[in-house]
Design a protein around this ligand. Structure first.
Ligand code: MG
Ligand code: ZN
Length: 180
């Protein structure tokens, strides 16, 4: 049997998002309860894959070394909370690159599934933007929306959106473990 994963968007789900992009470790600040949510999912047998658009790379706002330092900080804080992140996939391209990885395209989800042998139709994803939901649906995952980050705006702009909605990642994690 393949491992169970939960796919998480990063900005606005795990950490506080910024319209000015997260360009350095100092700017990466966790949303209340998100680190504990990852630990809770781990305790219940779920591994975590982070799938994130990082167009700030192509925009020249930060480089790959800065992104690696940001992810080191994220992993350290998750670890201090008792959890772990199994894999991180990021798209460094901008919206005009027409790559296959940038969400709403499902490319990173499909690469992840291929790398890890994950069963996407039984994999939850948690996101705050419509792109997260669209990519998850295109990949055949089970998308959940949180109200943190862009979440409230996503709900307002997509009133017909038919996905479960949660206050934050901890609330979504509590739901996921209750259904497993
Ligand atoms: Mg986001
Ligand atoms: Zn890309």
């Amino acid at each position: 049997m393949s491992d169970s994963y939960v796919i998480l968007d990063r900005d606005g789900v795990i950490n506080i998002d910024s319209a000015g992009f997260i360009k350095s470790p100092a700017e990466w600040l966790p949303i209340d309860g998100s680190l504990e949510a990852i630990a809770l999912l781990n305790e219940h047998g779920f591994k975590i894959a982070v799938i994130t658009n990082q167009s700030g790379i192509e925009r020249g706002l930060y480089d790959l070394a800065a992104l690696a330092a940001i992810h080191d900080k994220m992993r350290q804080l998750v670890s201090a909370a008792g959890g772990g992140i199994e894999a991180i996939y990021f798209c460094p391209h901008g919206p005009d690159s027409h790559c296959n990885c940038r969400k709403p395209k499902p490319g990173m989800f499909l690469t992840f599934a291929s790398d890890r042998g994950a069963d996407l139709k039984n994999t939850y994803s948690v996101g705050d933007s419509i792109r997260d939901i669209q990519a998850s649906m295109a990949a055949g995952c089970r998308p959940l929306l949180v109200k943190t980050g862009n979440g409230l705006q996503t709900i307002q702009n997509n009133p017909q959106l038919n996905v479960p909605i949660f206050e934050n990642l901890y609330d979504a994690a509590t739901h996921i473990i209750s259904t497993s």
